[in-house]
Design a protein around this ligand. Structure first.
Ligand SMILES: Cc1cc2nc3c(=O)[nH]c(=O)nc-3n(C[C@H](O)[C@H](O)[C@H](O)COP(=O)(O)OP(=O)(O)OC[C@H]3O[C@@H](n4cnc5c(N)ncnc54)[C@H](O)[C@@H]3O)c2cc1C
Length: 459
């Protein structure tokens, strides 16, 4: 049927897919573009956890936090890090200059769509670099635009309004099969219907990791095993980190442990923020975000401390390893476990009364427990070492009442074999964003979307 034919089909409406669509409809309004999204439209996305009737994750068939218009980024803190130092390795494909240029371009679009007035923080010239180095900590270079969860949501809503009449959006529409036809075009199967397209942009993010693995197997597209980052989310009074957060907002700090020479790093810092659950393929882990509006902010700051695990042959299933550790915490705690740092150091579990007596009020309802029963010794030792190192630049980090939530797992998709156009071995089939294993952040995923849209528009 004619109505099912498109010039371009984009699978996934996270930042990667959204920015592909945005750029495409602007550069080539003549093209017929469709976006298929497994989750709901932005305004219908709602996590059922209300802290009252529903206290913890109930494993919805389609997680409202991870899926829907805006992707995993919709309720995120909206921190767009403009840097090649972290957030992905897009620069390996398109070059550092181009990658930075596209991240800045994305920033401009966000500002033009409701993000104006938000602050751009930068590590350039910061005195914290020296203070960190004096304490064996390494502060990575970046500029970070903090939209905040509230502004980020508004920006997404505004961008959808720009797109909705220029591209066909299919929500609640998980793509099943993706086939390459004999004439080099593509067939996309969704809920029993078939759609064809000349170009296909796959941008399915982390929640689509199993799906992309299946597609790569079926189409014989090579994938490479990747890493997994495992750790905890730290929550403490905002004042402990206020010197750092008021100057830099988010500081990416790396520490090399003395015991094992492993690298531990801070990740996703949320001043005056909230700790939240994250559900990936039915496994509940922890994450965090914060609002821009002062009246919505909490009294705490949270950030993750993560240890990267790279595996060598013959082991390939790095995500499976991370999932098993997360499952263990889910088994013991029915979800995420929370423990006071003081309890961890005294070798005892936290219980409800110890948490209630703590001076840090938790922003997430999690089960008090013992993280040493969950995390491998090497990882836990690294995290403890880093907490003491951070205590030197932000005194109070190693206080007994500091809360640790576990586990935080940063899953990375298998890296898909793509060329410098982010195209697979099938001309016209592009894989971008976190689903490609190349990006791990809002800014890199969005930049990859713009890049591919321009490649297609030029043809
Ligand atoms: C709570 C939270 C906070 C975060 N905070 C930050 C932050 O502050 N800064 C930052 O840089 N990063 C942050 N991240 C990470 C960031 O959200 C991701 O890196 C980014 O969203 C990746 O974009 P993407 O488009 O590649 O994938 P995603 O955003 O994951 O979007 C992929 C979309 O594809 C859809 N999909 C999957 N499979 C299919 C299918 N078969 N058919 C149709 N649709 C499908 C999914 O439903 C999803 O909506 C956060 C993540 C979370 C969960």
């Amino acid at each position: 049927m004619l109505m099912n034919n498109y010039d371009v089909i984009i699978i996934g409406a996270g930042p990667g897919g959204i920015f592909s669509a945005y750029e495409l409809v602007n550069l080539r309004p003549d093209l017929k573009v469709a976006v298929f999204e497994a989750g709901k439209p932005l305004e219908e996305r709602k996590c059922p956890i209300d802290g009252d009737k529903v206290k913890s994750c109930i494993n919805c068939p389609s997680c409202a936090i991870m899926r829907g218009f805006g992707g995993a980024g919709a309720f995120s803190d909206g921190k767009y890090n403009i840097t090649n130092d972290f957030g992905g390795t897009l620069y390996e494909h398109i070059g550092k200059e181009k990658a930075l240029e596209l991240m800045k371009y994305v920033d401009g679009i966000n500002l033009a769509n409701g993000g104006e007035g938000t602050k751009l923080y930068s590590t350039a010239g910061s005195s914290f670099k020296k203070i960190c180095l004096e304490n064996k900590l390494h502060l990575l270079d970046a500029s970070v635009r903090h939209l905040g969860t509230d502004k980020n949501y508004q920006v997404l809503g505004n961008i959808f309004n720009v797109l909705k009449d220029k591209a066909d959006f299919y929500f609640n529409s998980p793509v099943g099969d993706l086939k390459v036809l004999e004439d080099g075009t593509f067939e996309v199967e969704c809920e029993g219907k078939s759609f064809t397209c000349k170009k296909c942009i796959v941008s399915v993010g982390r929640s689509g990791s199993k799906w992309i693995e299946k597609v790569c197997n079926e189409l014989d597209i090579e994938t490479y095993s990747n890493r997994v980052d495992i750790g905890v989310r730290v929550e403490l009074p905002a004042v402990v980190f206020s010197d750092l957060t008021s100057e830099l907002y988010e500081s990416k700090i790396v520490y090399r442990t003395e015991k094992f020479e492993d690298k531990v790093r801070t990740f996703c810092m949320n001043p005056n923020g909230y700790v939240v659950n994250e559900n990936t393929n039915g496994i509940v882990t922890v994450n965090g975000h914060s609002f821009d509006a002062p009246e919505l902010q909490s009294e705490n700051t949270n950030f993750a401390l993560l240890v990267a695990k790279h595996f060598s042959e013959p082991f390939k299933d790095s995500n499976g390893y991370g999932e098993s550790i997360a499952r263990l915490s889910n088994m013991l705690g029915g979800g995420v476990i929370v423990q006071r740092f003081g309890d961890l150091m005294r070798g005892r579990r936290s219980n409800m009364s110890r948490i209630e007596e703590s001076s840090v009020r938790p922003t997430l309802k999690a089960t008090p427990g013992d993280l040493s029963l969950v995390l491998p010794k090497r990882i836990l030792d690294g995290i403890i070492e880093m907490i003491y190192a951070l205590d030197k630049i932000a005194p109070g980090t190693a206080n007994d009442d500091t809360l640790l939530y576990g586990v935080e797992v940063k899953f990375y998709n298998m890296e898909v074999a793509i060329n410098d156009r982010l195209e697979t071995r099938y001309p016209g089939l592009f894989v971008i964003g976190d689903g490609s294993g190349v990006t791990h952040s809002l800014s890199h995923a969005s930049a990859s979307g713009v890049f591919v849209a321009r490649e297609i528009a030029e043809e």
